[in-house]
Design a protein around this ligand. Structure first.
Ligand SMILES: Cc1ncc(COP(=O)(O)O)c(C=O)c1O
Length: 422
């Protein structure tokens, strides 16, 4: 991976042809340490958020050894790069081939299910193994999420107790899991989901060894600044105390977005300015999928290879490179009034569901990755970035003052260490 001090250095030192993902592995390391130090259980990285090899390697180097895979390809990716990792196959619907290969070729023992038919597939394809950890995925409210995921997966009230009982009969270890929705803005959503899970476990009347609170931990976006991550940990710890599970039950989480979002920005080149229309070489079918899908105002700034862009701004509409009209970024964007072909737009906070979403539609989708050393615009992990935010970055006034209370995190970490030392 080529390395530059900042994205602007990159733009000034060479032509930017296709989109470039600017990777900040150090930011990922900080996030991984935070979760491992503060979450009172196992932290499984949700590979789907960003399966780039550098991401897997940086997490591994940061000490993370548990991974949530959604497909056989993700299982193979982690198994190849991290031979001693624990891989959990946490997609509720898996092909029989994928289950068999995961179990027999890659040592996967943890499988999720949300119905009897999937349980039957897992049992048959593992030749009725007696060393399975089975996780029953429950349907829970996604009301606190900026991007709800409810409706597609999860056993509901009617079927969950029977399913939990059925899985118990075949599991060496049994867990329940849920997903409160992506970019969950309400820490108490975890508490509510855990209370619901507890109720369903009590109805099933069996013991449960694992509570997996899933993903949904947020990242900061302009106008979408979540509470400190420590509030989420507090809510989960409080709710766990009250759950109907074994005294020594384990707690797991599967963060994707919160670990990787702030570690990557994407450079996309202006190919044409036609009045108020700006045509880019990345868009809805590429790394900017979430600009269109989630419709969040991602932070953007402009870099010019030679000279400075105008300080005066004008409103533009941004179009992606494909011929499909849905390849249009919603809303209007205030950009330098003299924006021109060859200028490079940097879109921040695109580490999660950014490069992972790029398709080859219309022949686009090749994304180069470079390493940069600057700080992201926003962070839930650092009290202050030593490099000031760029003047033209689109940051809401509130974004800078919602930071992790470090002293509290340190106290918590110290308390945990003391407990560990007995
Ligand atoms: C099963 C599962 N776990 C974890 C995640 C990661 O979620 P997030 O990126 O919101 O943390 C997802 C995302 O869709 C998921 O489906």
């Amino acid at each position: 991976m080529q390395r530059y001090h900042t994205p602007l250095d990159l733009v000034r030192s060479r032509p930017v042809e296709g989109p470039v993902a600017c990777a900040r592995p150090d930011r990922l390391t900080i996030a991984a340490h935070w979760f491992q130090d503060n979450f009172p259980g196992e932290v499984l990285y949700a590979v789907k958020a960003n399966p780039s090899p550098w991401v897997i390697d940086a997490l591994y180097a940061a000490g993370l050894r548990w991974f949530d895979a959604a497909s056989l390809a993700e299982v193979e990716l982690v198994a190849e790069r991290c031979p001693d990792a624990t891989i959990a196959f946490l997609h509720p619907v898996k092909s029989r081939h994928a289950i068999r290969r995961a179990y027999f070729d890659h040592g996967v023992r943890i499988f999720v299910l949300d119905c009897e038919a999937e349980l039957e597939k897992i049992l048959v394809e593992t030749d009725h193994a007696d060393d399975l950890t089975l996780i029953v995925r429950l349907a829970v409210s996604n009301d606190g999420a900026a991007l709800p995921l409810a409706g597609k997966f999860g056993a509901g009230e009617a079927e969950a107790p029977d399913l939990i009982r059925a899985a118990r009969a075949h599991a060496e270890a049994l867990g329940v899991s849920f997903h409160v929705g992506s970019q969950c803005m309400a820490p108490n959503a975890y508490g509510a989901a855990m209370a619901e899970a507890s109720r369903l476990i009590a109805k099933a009347g069996v013991t449960v060894d694992i509570v997996d609170v899933g993903g949904g931990f947020p990242a900061p976006y302009p106008g979408l600044t979540p509470p400190p991550l420590s509030d989420y940990i507090d809510a989960i710890e409080r709710a766990f105390e009250g759950m109907m599970v074994l005294e020594n039950a384990d707690l797991w989480c599967e963060p994707g977005r919160a670990l990787i979002a702030e570690a990557v920005s994407v450079l996309t080149r202006v190919e044409l300015v036609k009045g108020e229309a700006v045509y880019l070489n990345d868009g809805a079918y590429g790394c900017l999928f979430d600009m269109v899908h989630a419709q969040w105002p991602f932070p953007i700034q402009v870099h010019r290879a030679d000279g400075e862009a105008s300080l005066q701004t004008a409103e533009f509409t941004l179009y992606g490179p494909t011929c499909d009209p849905i390849d249009t970024m919603p809303g209007r964007h205030a950009l330098p009034a003299d924006l021109a072909e060859g200028d490079v737009i940097e879109v921040g906070m695109l580490g999660a569901y950014g490069t992972a979403m790029a398709t080859g539609f219309n022949g686009f989708g090749q994304v180069e990755t470079c390493k940069v050393d600057d700080y992201p615009w926003m962070s839930l992990y650092s009290p202050a970035a030593p490099v000031p935010a760029p003047a033209d970055a689109v940051i809401p006034a509130a974004a800078g003052d919602r930071i992790l209370p470090f002293a509290r995190a340190q106290r918590r970490r110290r308390a945990r260490l003391m407990r560990k030392r007995g």
